[in-house]
Design a binder for this molecule. Structure first.
Ligand SMILES: [Zn+2]
Length: 656
């Protein structure tokens, strides 16, 4: 899902848009019970007994309108008993609804309720391995009071017309249908049948099988979804919609696919049509990166609804309130990351939102310009760099604002993918990992570590000098950012560079092992070098024909997330590695050799006797360490000069 003001933390957005939510909820408590678990969130199914069965099929058969959230009808669940036996069938349905009856395999069974948790006691326990059908007849109305979540019937903005729409993520399917809210138990196939007044249309998942005329005043929209679907992606949107549909063709194939959209009216269509017409190109482009659009045998489309200029990636039919192509790209990206491969746990929500957020930037790069992408990446990076500690991996999934943190789940998630792409430094290899992951976990769920393991199996445990386990631990599970201090110096063709890395949360990560690009600019050209950071102080020497460095720029192409403390031209850099420490020379006195440590690479050295006669000359090369031979020298005092004509340090050495 994506809402407007994406750079704002979600909790702020939430309360700006919905002041007084709690008060509203309390006043309406007799109308629609809001369990505490829905306010605080929860981590898994409401009751472990729900895991005693594996859902294979769901069919909703409901009477609804666009005018209110009142509904009635039945929901059928086909499931397999995966425990030794099933004496009680447990599911969730908001307590606002009255359950008229529950049939298990066609036989009515008693149901008891504890708030939204419903338990059906079976006269005879079902044996393990058996299939059963549970049909729940119910009626009522529920308004969550939780903004866009759950089921809503709200003004469309067109006089006198409400839209009724649903948004289940993360824990709100039970606000309108009897369900098991488990990420892992994907529903293998589903049907959504909604009977509405004849002037209305209903958008939902999969293909529209038929529109059945029920009576003179009512029609039934019969949608069928034959791809697996997670409970939170089943949706409806109800309105006297105007349909805008066409067929797209997949690049390099004769296959085509329906794109079917519902917008309010012809005026809305004028606004939406450019982006809807571009959906075909977007689907083809993302298919080229991620693998073919996963639901290509059915459709893609949108249903318009007033959800704050944002969108919700309901499978094959996004519910959206925006014509912004970037929002459209975000929700389309979710069809791969979120819908086809759903986050394996809510802690891994960035597998949905981080990937969809980075899809925004891939859209910008391909359809707008690279500069547009970089500008947006910089904005995302800034939001992360300015925020402070926290992890992408969500440790408290009871907090919905934390789950949907704009900074961590969305922006940092996108930024880390951008950094990973920089580490790999090969776009075809980068996207091949995406496709391998989509293929391996298609129709199921995947975690941060599942993607990491796919990456390692594709490209190895170490990529361009970066240990992938370390990268993932540091960026997904640990906190903080690297902080750089950069010193540089140039003498003639010699350039020295010192990169010191501290971190914002050293107790969590003391060193980020990552690449960083440093660009040297001069009047006669620029050069960029990539430094793999594997110690807190990196020293480099290289030769560059362009004299007169005018500026040194860190990360000129905006790949990385970091803080920059300083960039300083330091004229002493060519002598030793740290400006506060003397060279380390040992042993001294020496019999056969002195070993000099702590030199900047490329430092010249000269050894003379007390008459200033040169007895040895050398250079530290790339290592920073030099061995000065002593075995052929007479016993006595010698002078070691380190540096060059500008800066020289002098040490007294003793030959035994
Ligand atoms: Zn999203």
């Amino acid at each position: 899902m994506r809402f407007i003001y994406p750079k704002m933390p979600f909790v702020l957005l939430f309360f700006i848009l919905y002041p007084g939510i709690c008060a509203v909820a309390q006043h309406q408590s007799g109308y629609c019970h809001i369990p505490q678990s829905h306010i605080e969130g929860k981590t898994t199914v409401a009751d472990p007994a729900e895991d005693n069965y594996d859902i294979r099929y769901v069919k909703l058969n409901l009477n609804m309108t666009n005018a209110s959230t009142v509904l009635s009808g039945d929901a059928t669940t086909g499931a397999l008993v995966v425990s030794a036996s099933l004496p009680v069938y447990v599911f969730e349905l908001d307590s606002a609804y009255n359950i008229d009856s529950v049939l298990i395999d066609g036989v009515s069974q008693p149901v008891t309720s504890a708030a939204s948790l419903r338990s059906v006691s079976l006269a005879t326990a079902l044996p393990g391995g058996s299939m059963f059908t549970a049909q729940v007849f119910y009626h009522g109305a529920c308004t969550t009071g939780m903004g866009y979540f759950g089921i809503n019937s709200v003004a469309s903005g067109i006089a006198g017309q409400n839209v009724t729409y649903t948004m289940n993520e993360p824990y709100y399917a039970s606000e309108w249908w009897p369900c098991k809210q488990s990420l892992h138990d994907k529903i293998d196939s589903s049907d959504v049948w909604i009977t509405v007044p004849g002037n209305l249309k209903v958008g939902s998942n999969g293909l529209l099988d038929t529109v059945m005329v029920i009576d003179t005043g009512h029609v039934r929209y019969q949608w069928k979804e034959r791809y697996p679907i997670d409970y939170y992606l089943i949706s409806v949107a109800i309105y006297p919609y105007t349909e805008y549909a066409y067929y797209m063709h997949f690049t390099g194939s004769t296959d085509s696919m329906l794109i079917k959209n519902y917008v309010y009216d012809n005026t809305a269509l004028v606004s939406y049509q450019p982006v809807l017409d571009n959906l075909a190109a977007m689907i083809n482009y993302f298919s080229s990166l991620y693998g073919r659009y996963p639901f290509w045998k059915e459709k893609y489309g949108i249903s318009q609804a007033p959800i704050g200029g944002g969108g919700m990636e309901n499978e094959t039919m996004t519910t959206i309130g925006s014509t912004d192509p970037v929002i459209m790209a975000h929700e389309l990206g979710h069809q791969w990351f979120g819908d086809n491969v759903t986050c394996g746990t809510w802690s891994d929500i960035t597998m949905n939102e981080g990937y969809a957020s980075y899809t925004e930037d891939l859209y910008r790069d391909h359809f707008n310009s690279h500069a547009d992408m970089i500008s947006d990446m910089q904005s995302k990076q800034s939001s992360v760099e300015g925020w402070g500690p926290g992890t992408i991996y969500v440790t408290d999934t009871t907090s919905i604002p934390t789950l949907f943190s704009g900074t961590f789940t969305y922006n940092k998630g996108a930024c880390v993918l951008h950094m990973l792409r920089h580490v790999i430094d090969n776009d075809s290899a980068f996207y091949a990992v995406y496709r391998a992951y989509q293929s391996a976990f298609s129709g199921g769920t995947g975690t941060i570590l599942d993607f990491r393991n796919t990456l390692k199996s594709q490209l190895g445990s170490t990529i361009n000098g970066i240990n992938i386990d370390s990268f993932y631990n540091q960026w997904y599970f640990e906190e903080g950012l690297p902080v750089y201090n950069i010193n540089w110096n140039q003498r003639g063709n010699d350039v020295w560079l010192q990169i010191t890395q501290n971190t914002t949360v050293p107790a969590s990560v003391s060193l980020f092992n990552i690449p960083i690009d440093v660009q040297f600019q001069s009047g006669s050209g620029d050069t960029t070098i990539r430094v793999i950071i594997d110690s807190n102080a990196e020293f480099l020497h290289f030769t560059w024909a362009n004299s007169g460095i005018s500026q040194v720029v860190v990360d000129p192409d905006s790949w990385m997330v970091y803080q920059l403390d300083s960039i300083t031209m330091d004229s002493t850099l060519n002598i030793r590695q740290t400006t506060r420490q003397a060279l380390k020379i040992e042993p001294n006195p020496a019999a056969t050799q002195w070993t000099v440590n702590g030199l900047m690479p490329g430092t010249d050295l000269q050894l003379t006797d007390l008459t200033a006669r040169e007895v040895w000359r050398g250079n530290s090369g790339t290592s920073g360490q030099v061995v000065v031979p002593a075995q052929d020298l007479a016993a006595g005092f010698y002078i070691l000069k380190a540096g060059n004509d500008a800066i020289t340090e002098i040490y007294k050495l003793v030959k035994k």
